[in-house]
Design a protein around this ligand. Structure first.
Ligand SMILES: *[C@@H]1O[C@H](CO)[C@@H](O)[C@H](O)[C@H]1NC(C)=O
Ligand SMILES: *[C@@H]1O[C@H](CO)[C@@H](O)[C@H](O)[C@H]1NC(C)=O
Ligand SMILES: [Ca+2]
Ligand SMILES: [Ca+2]
Length: 210
């Protein structure tokens, strides 16, 4: 049982499923600097240390990690909507040391509502430098495979379906009582805010007790 739970947690078990997605707004990507040596490229689930400047269309800077606050680069997890969708789309396949300019339409940034000093319907331009890339604790692909209805959270039913599939894949007969128990065990550990869903954030970050 414990082993099975651990294997549920093991991201490498799973392969991404290509899901049919609706056409979406695009991020315009311009590579400003590409290092000569590139040992690995950023992918979903990685954590990236980035410096970033954000500009409005009129050129005014609304944020700069180099000049504001603690003047520090920030860690960012790729692919889980930790920042804006435009970052998830625009920061894939980057090398450490690479610099990019992203032009992000409102639909992939703060949309119709805007946020804070970002007015509604703002197209935003970012200059982003990736300083470091590390493996994230868990893979984005495994989350997507489990999230059958694409609502970015795992329901109890989705987790049970996944367990059943994994059992079958490894040649064990499905056992609803057992899946139910495992699922409850997983939720007691992973569903931190007890809303009966495991969010992508709850999934991605490992908890101390595990
Ligand atoms: C540029 O645009 C932003 C957002 O619309 C606005 O807050 C700011 O005042 C503008 N700056 C200039 C110099 O027009
Ligand atoms: C299903 O799992 C439960 C709980 O672990 C166990 O008691 C039961 O014997 C299993 N049933 C079968 C058919 O293996
Ligand atoms: Ca879901
Ligand atoms: Ca939750």
């Amino acid at each position: 049982m414990l082993l099975a739970v651990l294997s549920w947690l093991c991201a490498s078990l799973l392969v991404a499923v290509g899901a049919g997605k609706l056409p979406e707004a695009e991020v315009q990507i311009e590579v400003l600097h590409k290092p000569f040596l590139c040992h690995r490229k950023s992918k979903y689930g990685d954590i990236l240390l980035v410096h970033h400047d954000g500009h409005f269309e009129n050129g005014t800077v609304f944020h700069s990690s180099r000049n504001e606050g603690d003047k520090q680069a920030v860690w960012f997890t790729l692919g889980i909507r930790e920042a804006i969708k435009g970052w998830d789309k625009g920061l894939q396949d980057m090398c450490s040391g690479e610099k990019r300019k992203l032009v992000v339409p409102p639909a992939l940034a703060y949309g119709k509502e805007g946020r804070g000093k970002i007015p509604p319907e703002s197209t935003l331009t970012f200059f982003i430098e990736v300083l470091e890339i590390r493996n994230g604790p868990r893979s984005h692909e495994s989350f997507q495979e489990m999230d059958l209805n694409d609502d970015w959270r795992l329901s109890k039913q989705e987790v049970k379906t996944y367990l059943r599939k994994e059992f079958e894949r490894h040649g064990y007969p499905p056992n609803d009582t057992l899946h139910e128990n495992m699922m409850e065990d997983i939720f007691s550990k992973e569903d931190e805010n007890k809303d009966s869903f495991i969010s992508s954030r709850e999934f991605t970050y490992r908890h101390d007790e595990l």
